[in-house]
Design a protein around this ligand. Structure first.
Ligand code: FPP
Length: 242
C-alpha cells in the first residue's frame, strides 16, 4: 500500500546488506550478489523518486570493506565504474544528483575520476540526491570533521561539527533501513542517525523490492518522533500522554 507523500521520509539511508548470502544461496560467486544489488539500487532510486523522497543515502563500500578478499574488493570497484558509465544517462534523465561520500584518496585514480565526472554531470539535478557512501565510515566522518575544525581554529560545538560532516548539505536521515537480518549500524552515519528511526528487514538486499520499501516507509509513518520531548509536547498534539 502506498503512503501519502506528505508523510514519506524526506531522507532515507540504507545499509544494503545480504548480497553475499543471496549469491551463496544460488551457488553463485559473491560478486553476482553485488551485481544484483546494483539492479535493486536502480529500482529503489526510481521508487524513491516516485514517492517524493528527496535524499537517498546508501552504504556501498565501508572503510572496513578493504579487509575482504582482494578479488571481491576489486570486483566492487569494477561494479561501481561499470554502473556509473551504464546508468549515468538514466540518472540524469530522472533528475538524480549523485554525491559520493567518503575518503577518496585511497581509491584508484580511475575510480576517483568516475566519481568526479558523475558528480559534475548530475550537479544541476534537483529531483533526488543520491549519496553513495564509498570508502565511508561514521568514525572517519566525525574525525575528519573534528580535524577540519581544529585546522580552521574553530571551536567545537554540535552545530560546528555537524557543518563539517560529509553529509551536511543533505541533512540527517529520517529513516535508516538495514536489510539482510543483522541489527547493527556497522559504522554507518553514527552522528547523523542520532534521531533517525531504525528499521531492520530480514529481506536480503537483492530481494528488497518496492513492497519491502513500502513496509519500511509504513513502519516509519507509524512511529512517533519525539526528539527527547513527551508526546504531549509535540506540535499539534492533543495527546494527553506525558
Ligand atoms: C553488503 O552485503 C554489501 C556490500 C558490502 C556492498 C553493497 C554494494 C552494492 C549493493 C553495490 C552498490 C554499487 C554501486 C555502484 C553504488 P554483504 O556482501 O556483506 O552480504 P552478506 O552479509 O550476505 O555477506
Amino acid at each position: 500500500m502506498a503512503v501519502a507523500s506528505e508523510s514519506v521520509p524526506r531522507h532515507i539511508a540504507i545499509v544494503m546488506d545480504g548480497n553475499g548470502r543471496w549469491a551463496s544461496k544460488r551457488f553463485l560467486p559473491r560478486i553476482a550478489g553485488h551485481k544484483q544489488g546494483v539492479e535493486v539500487l536502480k529500482r529503489t532510486v526510481r521508487s524513491c523518486v516516485q514517492r517524493g523522497v528527496a535524499v537517498l543515502t546508501v552504504f556501498a563500500f565501508s572503510s572496513e570493506n578493504w579487509k575482504r578478499p582482494a578479488d571481491e574488493v576489486s570486483g566492487l570497484m569494477d561494479i561501481m565504474v561499470a554502473a556509473l558509465s551504464r546508468e549515468l544517462n538514466a540518472l540524469k534523465k530522472d533528475g538524480v544528483h549523485l554525491q559520493f561520500i567518503g575518503e577518496r584518496e585511497a581509491l584508484s585514480q580511475r575510480v576517483q575520476q568516475c566519481l568526479v565526472e558523475a558528480e559534475r554531470e548530475t550537479s544541476s539535478n534537483r529531483t533526488l540526491t543520491l549519496n553513495v557512501c564509498f570508502n565511508y565510515g561514521g568514525r572517519w566522518d566525525i574525525v575528519q570533521a573534528a580535524q577540519a575544525l581544529a585546522a580552521a581554529g574553530e571551536s567545537i560545538t554540535e552545530a560546528s561539527l555537524s557543518r563539517r560532516l560529509s553529509t551536511f548539505a543533505t541533512g540527517d536521515p529520517d529513516l535508516v533501513v538495514r536489510t539482510g537480518g543483522e541489527m547493527r549500524m556497522s559504522n554507518f552515519l553514527l552522528w547523523q542517525a542520532a534521531y533517525s528511526e531504525l528499521y531492520f528487514s530480514d529481506v536480503l538486499w537483492p530481494d528488497f523490492d518496492e513492497t519491502a520499501l513500502d513496509h519500511a516507509i509504513q513502519a516509519y509513518v507509524s512511529r512517533e518522533r519525539r526528539f527527547g520531548m513527551t508526546s504531549a509536547q509535540l506540535p499539534g498534539s492533543s495527546n494527553p500522554r506525558v
